[in-house]
Design a protein around this ligand. Structure first.
Ligand code: ATP
Length: 232
């Protein structure tokens, strides 16, 4: 972590410093408390103005969602209702074609001017970043915040692809405050308390008739029941 990273990009003068906006993309099929806690933890740790939860229409890197975009969006809106600092943004659902993060960030950049943007990605997604569409452009458009969950004790150490290691050179943010000083270009690793919850596990529990209470919000669970989602 160091000064080289801080020198990247034009710095915002202290009088014009803007609290960054966080971006958490995903399929949210369905949104669960792991997503919501992660968004709140990162918002607090980095003093983000807000975190935008952005559901993908057609995720390019994974199997297509089970629930329709309309249902996934409705569940997200119910889940964040009344939660300060969490906002649902349906920009990817409005676009035709695959939901490329580079396009989403370019759109947000036009909307938000020079306000710092922080793209929140989990460890796993970050390791696969080099397969994303125009992945090197991501650093011109946003900071990247890697949400790090402590590995299981017996998990083998994971190495990053060489191209990614090279792209990261000089980008480490010295502190969370550094992210507010430039619009884009830095990388910060944020440790999160582990919550071993995934949408895959929630869907599997619903399919088998097991309880998912306290894994998703009650509002979301009522919606799932009302619309008979995730049962075969
Ligand atoms: P699935 O099980 O269907 O793959 P998922 O639960 O991993 O889904 P996604 O919508 O793919 O959810 O995830 C969106 C983002 O949320 C990703 O960056 C992912 O790393 C992060 N995320 C998902 N679950 C958690 C969790 N339990 N704690 C922290 N971050 C999470």
């Amino acid at each position: 972590m160091g000064g080289a990273g801080q020198r990247r990009g034009a710095r915002l003068s202290s009088s014009r410093r803007l609290r960054p906006v966080g971006i958490l993309g995903g399929t949210f099929d369905p949104v669960h408390v792991g997503h919501l806690r992660a968004a709140l933890e990162v918002r607090a740790a980095l003093d983000l103005a807000q975190v935008r939860l952005i559901p993908a229409r057609l995720p390019p890197h994974r199997p297509q969602p089970v629930a329709s975009a309309r249902h996934r969006l409705a569940m997200l809106r119910l889940a964040v209702r009344g939660v300060a600092g969490l906002v649902v943004d349906d920009c990817e659902l409005q676009r035709a074609g695959p939901s490329y993060t580079a396009d989403t960030l370019a759109g947000l950049r036009l909307q938000l001017g020079r306000r710092p943007l922080c793209l929140l990605v989990g460890d796993d997604a970050f390791r696969g970043l080099v397969s994303w569409h125009r992945w090197q452009d991501l650093f011109d458009l946003a900071h990247v915040v890697v949400m790090h969950r402590p590995p299981l004790a017996d998990a083998p150490p994971c190495e990053l692809p060489l191209a990614l290691t090279q792209a990261l050179s000089g980008r480490s943010a010295a502190s969370p405050q550094a992210l507010a000083e430039t619009p884009a270009g830095l990388v910060w690793r944020q440790a999160l308390p582990p919550l071993d919850i995934s949408a895959t596990r929630v869907r599997a529990a619903l399919r088998s008739g097991a309880s998912v209470r306290f894994l998703v919000t009650d509002s979301c669970l009522r919606y799932i029941r009302r619309h008979h989602l995730y049962t075969d």
